[in-house]
Design a binder for this molecule. Sequence first.
Ligand code: GLA
Length: 343
Amino acid sequence: MKYGKAGIPSLKEVYADSFDFGTAVVANEVLDTDRMEFYKSQFNIFTYGNEMKPDSLINIAACKSAVRKTGDETAVEVKFDRCKPLLEWAAQNGVKVHGHTLIWHSQTPEQFFHEGYNSTSPLCSREVMLGRMENYIRQVLTWTEEHYPGVIVSWDVVNEAAADSGRQLRQSNWTKVVGEDFINRAFEYARKYAAPHVKLFYNDYNSEMTMKNLVIRDILSSLIADGTVDGYGFQSHYSTSSSLFYIGVAWDTVAKLTLNDGTPIRLRVSELDVGIPANTESNWKTQARFYEDLFEIYRKHADQIDAVHTWGTTDDLSWRRENYPLLFDGQSQPKLAFDAITD
Ligand code: GLA
C-alpha cells in the first residue's frame, strides 16, 4: 500500500451520522491516483487549496482585451483549467466539493480593481466594481454547475472580511472600491446565481478572539437580515497552545444565530490544523488530546455542522509543515491525533 495503512478506521465513516469529513488538496495531489484513492477512503468532501481562488480563475489578459474590444469596463473573463481536475475527479468518484473562495482580499489580482485591468490606472468606480463582481460570481457559479452538476455543494462566498482588531471590517481593495457592503453584494449575487442546493458560507479565522467574534457576528447578522447566507466556516488553524475554552465560547455564540426561517445557522470547520512546536512523542500526545477535546466541541454542535475539513491530509504537504499539524504523518501513516478522534 503506497499511501495510508490497511485496516485503519475511515474518518468519513466514523462521523457519517454527524457530518461530512473533508480535506483540502492542491493541483499535484489530484494528479496522483493512488494518493486520491487513499483520500477517498477517508474523506467524502474536498476543497481546492488554491485552484478556485480569484487569482486562479480570473483571466487578466482576456479581461484586458475584452474591455479594449467592447469598451465595457465590467467585462470579466474567467478560465477553469486549474480547477477542472478536482471537479472531474469528484464527479467520477461521487464525492462532494466545497468551493473556496469567491471573494477575498488576498490572492486576487491587483489589476482586477483598476480601470482597463491596468494596475497603474485609477481604481474602478463602485458601479464598475460591482459589475465586475457580479459578472465574476455569475460565471463561476453557472459554469461549475453546468459542467459538474451537483458536485459543488457549498461555497465560501467571502473569506476573512473581519479586521484583526477593533469592531470593524478589514481594510482592503474591496472596502476601498466598493465600500463596506461589498460582503452583502457578494452574497446577493451568489444567491442570485447559485443553484438552489448550494449553501453559501462566510469564512474567517480567530473567531475565538472576543472582538473579532463580535465583528463576525455583525457580518453574519447583516447577511441573515438580507436572507442570503446559510452558514459560517470556522477556519480553525490552531496550535496546541490555543485556548479550547475560548474556542468553545466562540462556537456557542455563533451557533446561537438563527436564519430568517427560524432554523439555526449552519456551521463548518473549514481549514482545521493544529500545530506543534516540534515533532516529538510528547507533542504528538498533546496534539492528540487537543484534537480529542476539539471534537468534543464539534460533537456538541453536530446537528448544525455540515462538514469538518482538515486543511490538507499529510504533514509533509501542509502549509504549516514545520508544525506537523495534520492527522497523517509524512509517510501518510495515521498519527495519535487520528487515533484520538476515531476511537
Ligand atoms: C487562509 C485561507 C486559505 C489558505 C490558508 C493558508 O486560511 O483561507 O485559503 O490560503 O490561509 O494556506
